[in-house]
Design a protein around this ligand. Structure first.
Ligand SMILES: Cc1cc2nc3c(=O)[nH]c(=O)nc-3n(C[C@H](O)[C@H](O)[C@H](O)COP(=O)(O)OP(=O)(O)OC[C@H]3O[C@@H](n4cnc5c(N)ncnc54)[C@H](O)[C@@H]3O)c2cc1C
Length: 293
């Protein structure tokens, strides 16, 4: 966007999912992988080199009035822009572990949340998928091309149709009926205690399949419709019913991946630039300004 010679303000609250990636191997151009934090630093350097301004603050309110977007921030500021790209991401539903233990398990690569991203790194490993429902079954079947050592574990109880059970059994995927009582991650694996068991099951890697919560509060404030999965429509990178508003990344229905988010971002930025050219008097071309109430 900044390379279209627009004034660009990037607001973020420091909670990007990308920052939690220890090392991704499926972002094009990084054959040896890249840490999420490094990728974010490089992207920030790239954007600021062309004049974008990055500011860390939580946005608590959004409205669209008089042809402008007005964003309220947690520190009491009001920010006005002519066009807005929402890329607010999502929250994962996680397994119950203290934050520090949970993040250490992610860094040790024994706790994974995205089989599409990193299933390849666990060929022939013993994998547990937590979530004995349709989503968990789909995730286990997806991982089956990487390993035959797969077990589906219920978070609370197994909720699988007879047909799904037959499909999993045919693929050689084990199913436990008792819920998980305790998770104990180690540097090189996971001990999982099922209800009533004193002896743990041991796995190399655990993939929770417990769903996500899209961060769509600002989208809803601006009147965007949310689909059944809680996302905005897949066309929202191209434009929304709100003039000048575009969406990108994980809040958009589809595959939650960095490469997809970048693609959305490119489309949304170009659409926003063209929309501004067509609809905003160039003499008013101040895409961001900050007003202290
Ligand atoms: C452990 C882990 C491993 C992953 N591995 C991979 C991988 O290997 N490859 C891959 O392609 N993908 C991977 N992903 C997924 C990837 O991180 C996401 O698909 C990608 O980050 C989506 O980008 P996004 O911009 O939509 O969301 P995010 O990266 O989550 O960014 C959302 C941004 O919105 C900001 N925000 C939201 N609401 C507010 C608000 N109210 N006020 C201010 N700021 C706000 C946040 O601060 C954040 O900066 C992984 C995710 C996790 C958690």
């Amino acid at each position: 966007m900044a390379r279209y010679r627009r004034r660009v303000l990037v607001l973020h609250d420091g909670k990007a999912r990308a920052a939690r990636i220890p090392r991704t191997h499926n972002v094009p151009g990084f054959p040896d992988g890249v840490a999420g934090a490094t990728l974010l630093e490089r992207m920030a350097e790239h954007a600021t080199r062309y004049g974008a301004v990055l500011r860390q603050v939580e946005v608590t309110g959004a409205e669209h009035t008089d042809g402008c977007f007005k964003l309220r921030t947690a520190d009491g500021d009001t920010i006005v822009g002519r066009s807005l790209i929402l890329a607010t991401g999502l929250h994962l539903n996680q397994i119950p572990l203290p934050d520090a233990v949970h993040e250490a398990a992610i860094r040790a690569n024994v706790l994974r949340y995205c089989p599409v991203c990193d299933g390849y790194e666990h060929i022939d490993r013993r994998i547990a998928v937590v979530g004995c429902d349709a989503d968990g079954a789909a995730e286990a079947l997806f991982l089956r091309c990487y390993t035959p050592h797969l077990t589906l574990l219920p978070k609370a109880k197994a909720e699988l149709s007879a047909a799904r059970r037959a499909e999993l059994a045919a693929a050689g995927i084990c199913m436990e009926e008792r819920p998980v009582e305790r998770y104990v991650p180690h540097d090189n694996g996971f001990d999982i205690y099922l209800q009533g068991d004193a002896t743990p099951l041991h796995f190399d890697v655990v993939y929770p399949a417990l769903g996500v919560r899209q961060r769509t509060e600002l989208a809803a404030m601006l009147g965007l419709q949310l689909g059944e999965e809680g996302c905005v429509a897949s066309t929202c990178a191209l434009g929304t019913p709100v003039p000048g508003l575009y969406c990108a990344g994980d809040i958009v229905e589809g595959l939650d991946q960095i490469s997809v988010a970048m693609g959305h971002g490119a489309v949304a930025a170009t659409r926003a630039h063209n929309w501004l050219r067509d609809h905003v008097d160039p003499s008013m071309d101040v895409t961001t300004r900050s007003i202290r109430p």
